[in-house]
Design a protein around this ligand. Structure first.
Ligand code: IDP
Ligand code: MG
Length: 150
């Protein structure tokens, strides 16, 4: 079933100049970008986004990491998009993330792990609501979709 998930290319991804390579993986898989922005995230917005992690030892440094430079936020749409994108992103700690995943291929450190992706359809709806307004979403189809899906 078609769904839309939220992904964020974190400040290390932007600073390392690999935005294009990461987006390319999502595109090549067959996902459709249905919203996208380059933004600076305030600590308040980062706190809202990561509220499930309040009190964890890495919480404060996580907020300063996410607000340390521009990020690219996006909505990705496709069949089972939430699970598909989490699989492409890989395990939280890049040291143990499988090769072939984004974190497995591009990162070394759990606190500099390149990309965020929603972990459930409920999280996706919540997180999309933090970073996007209704008018930010573009309703279209990629011409390849009839070849990506049967
Ligand atoms: P996820 O991004 O794979 O969903 P979460 O457990 O939700 O992982 O953690 C959110 C983010 O917090 C991670 O992507 C990473 O940036 C950071 N993080 C998680 N665990 C640690 C840790 O042990 N040390 C430092 N940062 C961490
Ligand atoms: Mg998470």
């Amino acid at each position: 079933m078609e769904e839309t998930t939220f992904a964020m290319l974190k400040p290390d991804c932007v600073q390392r100049g690999i935005i294009g390579e990461v987006i390319s993986r999502f595109e090549k898989k067959g996902l459709r970008i249905s919203a996208m922005k380059l933004v600076e995230v305030s600590e308040e917005t980062a706190a809202e986004h990561y509220k499930e992690h309040v009190g964890k030892p890495f919480y404060e440094s996580l907020l300063s990491y996410i607000s340390s430079g521009p990020v690219v936020t996006m909505a990705l749409t496709g069949d089972s998009a939430v699970d598909v994108v989490r699989k492409l992103v890989g395990k939280t700690d890049p040291k143990v993330a499988d090769p072939g995943t984004i974190r497995g291929d591009y990162a070394m450190d759990v606190s500099r792990n390149i990309v965020h992706a929603s972990d459930s359809p409920e999280s996706a709806i919540r997180e999309l609501g933090i970073f996007f307004q209704e008018e930010d979403f573009v309703d279209y189809r990629r011409v390849e979709e009839e070849w990506i899906y049967s």
